[in-house]
Design a protein around this ligand. Structure first.
Ligand code: AMP
Ligand code: MG
Length: 300
C-alpha cells in the first residue's frame, strides 16, 4: 500500500505544490524581517488543546515530557526577545478515530507557526491574507502543470476576506455553521470573536466584551474547512492564572510557562497554519493524507 501511494502521479504533484507553499511562506516572512526558529519536538509543557487527544509522554531524567501539540508557550516566551519569527513546527496530536471522516486531520502534521510582539489581531489577519494570496498566485504561475494534472482550477481570492463573528454565524446557521458556510463559499473567510469556552486559556479575552476572545480562524472555501487559528494572547499573569482556573486546569501543568510569565510578558499575537491542509486545499484533494507520502490517519 505504501509503495502504491509513493508511485502515484498525484503525490508528485502534491509535493511540487508543497515545495512552493513552504518556499513562498518562508521567503515572504523572511523579506518582512522574520527570523526562522527551529522546532521543539518534545517538552515539559505543551498545548492543552480544547479537544481530547491521547497524550504521548515519557520520562527522561526527572522530567516528564510530552510530544509537541503546538509550540504556543514557546512562541509566547520567545517573542518577548525575538519580536517576529516563524517556525515550521511538527505537531503530534493523537486525534480520536471519528476525526478521520473530516478528511483534514492527521496524527502528525506541520504548522507554520508565527508570533509578533505588540501586534494586534487585525495586523495578523492582514499578514495571513497576504501570505495566502501570494501562495496561490505563485502556485498558479509556477505549478500550472501539477494543477492541470490534478484537474484543479484555482482562482486568486480578493482581499480583504470577509469577516464574520462566531456568534452571528451560530445564530444564523446553527452549530454546524463552519462547515455549512465553508461549503457555500467560493472565497476564504474569517471567523472572529470566538467564545471563551470554545478555546484554550491563552487566547486573550476582550476588555469590553467579557467571555469573547480577540482571536480568529481562517476558513477555506469549497467545504475544505479550517485553515488556521490564531489570536492575541493573555499576557498579564493574573489573567493567565484566572483563565487556567476557569478551564479547570492546574498551575502545576503549566509551571514552566507560568514561572517565566511571572517575570512579565508583553502583548503578542500569532497564528498557526496547517501546511498539509493548505496543500490539500490547493490540490483539491478529498482527503488530506493524499498530500503526504507517509500519512498517519486517525483510527488507522
Ligand atoms: P489549532 O491551533 O489547533 O487550530 O491548530 C492550528 C492549525 O493546525 C489548524 O488551523 C490546522 O490548519 C492545523 N491542524 C490542527 N490539527 C490538525 C490535524 N490533526 N491534522 C492536520 N492539520 C491540523
Ligand atoms: Mg483551530
Amino acid at each position: 500500500l505504501a509503495l502504491e501511494r509513493l508511485k502515484k502521479e498525484s503525490l508528485k504533484s502534491a509535493l511540487e505544490i508543497n515545495t512552493s507553499v513552504r518556499r513562498v511562506l518562508a521567503e515572504t516572512l523572511i523579506s518582512k524581517g522574520f527570523l526562522e526558529a527551529p522546532p521543539v519536538i518534545f517538552s515539559i509543557v505543551t498545548d492543552p488543546l480544547n479537544h481530547p487527544v491521547y497524550d504521548p509522554s515519557f520520562m527522561y531524567g526527572d522530567y516528564k515530557y510530552s510530544l509537541t501539540k503546538s509550540m504556543i508557550f514557546h512562541k509566547q516566551i520567545l517573542v518577548q526577545e525575538i519580536p517576529k519569527f516563524f517556525i515550521f513546527s511538527p505537531n503530534v496530536r493523537l486525534e480520536t478515530p471519528d476525526k478521520a471522516a473530516s478528511g483534514r486531520h492527521l496524527l502528525e502534521f506541520t504548522q507554520l507557526d508565527l508570533e509578533i510582539k505588540n501586534a494586534h489581531r487585525e495586523d495578523l489577519m492582514e499578514l495571513a491574507e497576504e501570505l495566502y494570496v501570494k501562495t496561490i498566485e505563485y502556485v498558479i504561475k509556477h505549478n500550472s502543470k501539477a494543477l492541470q494534472s490534478l484537474g484543479r482550477k484555482l482562482k486568486v481570492p480578493s482581499r480583504p476576506f470577509k469577516v464574520y463573528k462566531y456568534l452571528d454565524l451560530q445564530e444564523k446557521y446553527g452549530d454546524d455553521f463552519e462547515a455549512k458556510l465553508s461549503k457555500e463559499s467560493s472565497e476564504p473567510f474569517w471567523i472572529i470573536d470566538i467564545p471563551l469556552e470554545s478555546r484554550e486559556f491563552y487566547d486573550r479575552e476582550k476588555d469590553d466584551e467579557p467571555g469573547i476572545l480577540r482571536d480568529m480562524d481562517l476558513i477555506y472555501p469549497e467545504g475544505f474547512g479550517e485553515a488556521l487559528s490564531g489570536g492575541e494572547r493573555e499576557y498579564k499573569i493574573e489573567r493567565i492564572r484566572e483563565r487556567i482556573i476557569k478551564k479547570g486546569q492546574t498551575f502545576e501543568q503549566f509551571h514552566w510557562f507560568l514561572e517565566i510569565a511571572q517575570s512579565g510578558l508583553e502583548l503578542s499575537t500569532g497564528f498557526g497554519i496547517g501546511i498539509e491542509r493548505f496543500v490539500r486545499y490547493i490540490c483539491g484533494f478529498k482527503r488530506i493524507e493524499d498530500v503526504h507520502p507517509f500519512p498517519k490517519v486517525p483510527g488507522e
